[in-house]
Design a binder for this molecule. Structure first.
Ligand SMILES: Cc1ncc(COP(=O)(O)O)c(C=O)c1O
Length: 386
């Protein structure tokens, strides 16, 4: 690099997620893939949809993959397939995106909020047990649990699946943020009875609009889901056998995802390198995320915890002034949000979710974050926190 190149790199704006860099890498192939769909004209359930589903299944070893309109509908379809009924309770973490609980309310069922672990930000199994007891005390019938793989790291499934089995609960894994990760030898998509994901553009595997998918090894569930995503249609198109949804993935988005899937393993590796470097450089100045042995993360976010008592808004503002974008996921746990605060919580409250919502700060994270940019981010954060 010449001095001028270095100066340019130092001054270049830092993106929180750099989709333009990915586009520079695969632009031409992508344009051709999209144009092929525009030309063949099969915009709904065109051939790319089934091809993508086969490729996703091969990628994670799931038996069945059903693409769908988005990650929220993926959860909704899964709950429909589980026949969730009004008044039943579903255990969900509070420290997550609203969709995880929102879909439960669609069915007039009751989300019961569970706390998360301090070390992984994922569902805490002791709090899950407490939540099941809280649901029963409220006169509700607990029927299922939706663990979330927050920020790309799988939840503690050994513990969660054991508790679910004891209490006869189904498990739907909300893996909107973690497709591509693995839990003790099992890929995301093959862990719970049903797994859902999102292809929102900012996700590790994102499309150019909205998209989602459902994974299951259960033939019967797969057949029901296939019908539900197209209005509950039967073998005769005009004799619907279920009340379903209009939740298909657009063919153009399937074509986009097929191209991105080809470089996904490479991108996951690059994300891992960025995360490892953050870990080395930041470990002494902030609490950095921890990946337990046997698990992998796809680093949907790289989220640090600022020291308690630190003014997070001021830190974020100083980072922004120095050209470093950040985000807060999530500033309010769900059990504190207006639409959800009247639903039950596990035990006597959710102190970890509440504390995390005050301390977390997500830093730029994407596969194309180079060392110069990362050094700038770390340098600015270090100088603020010192
Ligand atoms: C944990 C979680 N669940 C569900 C969703 C919903 O996905 P979508 O935005 O594709 O509907 C998201 C998306 O951000 C998410 O992060």
């Amino acid at each position: 690099m010449t001095d001028v190149d270095t100066r340019r790199a130092i001054d270049a704006p830092i993106e929180f997620i750099d989709l333009a860099a990915q586009r520079r890498r695969i632009g031409r192939r992508m344009d051709e893939a999209i144009l092929r769909v525009v030309d063949h004209g099969k915009y709904i359930m065109g051939p790319e949809v089934a091809e993508l589903e086969q490729e996703l299944a091969a990628f994670c070893d799931a038996k069945h993959v059903l693409s769908c309109a988005n990650g929220t509908d993926a959860l909704g379809l899964a709950l429909m397939a589980k026949n969730l009924k009004p008044g039943q309770a579903v255990l969900v973490p509070s420290f997550t995106f609203a969709a995880t609980a929102e879909v439960v309310v669609w069915f007039d069922a009751v989300p019961v909020f569970v706390d998360v672990r301090d070390d992984s930000f994922n569902m805490d199994s002791a709090s899950l047990e407490a939540g099941i007891a809280s649901a029963r005390r409220c006169g509700l019938e607990p029927v299922g649990v939706i663990p979330v793989d927050l920020f790309g790291l799988p939840a503690e499934y050994d513990e969660i699946l054991a508790i679910a089995e004891t209490h006869r609960l189904w498990v739907i894994c909300d893996s909107a943020q973690s497709f591509g990760a693995a839990y003790r030898g099992r890929n995301v998509g093959t862990i719970g009875g049903i797994t859902t994901t999102s292809f929102f553009p900012a996700k590790p595997l994102g499309c150019y609009g909205v998209g989602g998918a459902i994974f299951t090894d259960d033939d019967d569930i797969a057949a029901v889901l296939k019908s539900l995503r197209v209005h509950g249609q039967g073998s005769d198109k005009y004799d619907n056998v279920h009340v379903g949804m209009n939740a298909r993935l657009d063919t153009i988005q399937a074509a986009v995802l097929r191209e991105k899937l080809m470089i996904f393993s490479d991108e996951i590796e690059a994300r891992g390198l960025v995360a490892r470097r953050y870990h080395q450089l930041l470990g002494k100045i902030a609490a950095v995320p921890n990946v337990p042995a046997g698990l992998t993360s796809v680093w949907a976010q790289y989220t640090v915890r600022l020291p308690s008592g630190c003014d997070r808004d001021a830190v974020a503002a100083q980072l922004k002034a120095a050209g470093v974008p950040t985000a807060v996921y999530y500033a309010k746990p769900l059990h504190r949000q207006t639409a959800y605060r009247h639903y039950p919580v596990a035990g006597n409250g959710l102190p970890v979710s509440e504390r995390l919502s005050e301390e977390v700060l997500s830093l730029p994270m994407h596969p194309y974050l180079d060392e110069l940019a990362q050094d700038r981010i770390v340098g600015v954060l270090a100088s603020i926190l010192r």
